[in-house]
Design a protein around this ligand. Sequence first.
Ligand code: ZN
Ligand code: ZN
Length: 68
Amino acid sequence: MNNKEKLIKKKRLSSGICDFCGREQPLCYICTNCDFTVCQECFIENQKIFTRTGVTWICPNCQNWQTL
Ligand SMILES: [Zn+2]
Ligand SMILES: [Zn+2]
């Protein structure tokens, strides 16, 4: 059986290296699908391309919707 769910890896807000500004940031939104990382600063700056509702955001890399 190959049913290992990586639930532990599903962190939505965590530290990482932002794919937008390339800096390491303490609070980043990370796509659970492709690990695309964007820091809060860039997220807010580019809010229009990420979210319209403020509840979900779309990953520009894999087009998957993520919850905030
Ligand atoms: Zn950034
Ligand atoms: Zn993604």
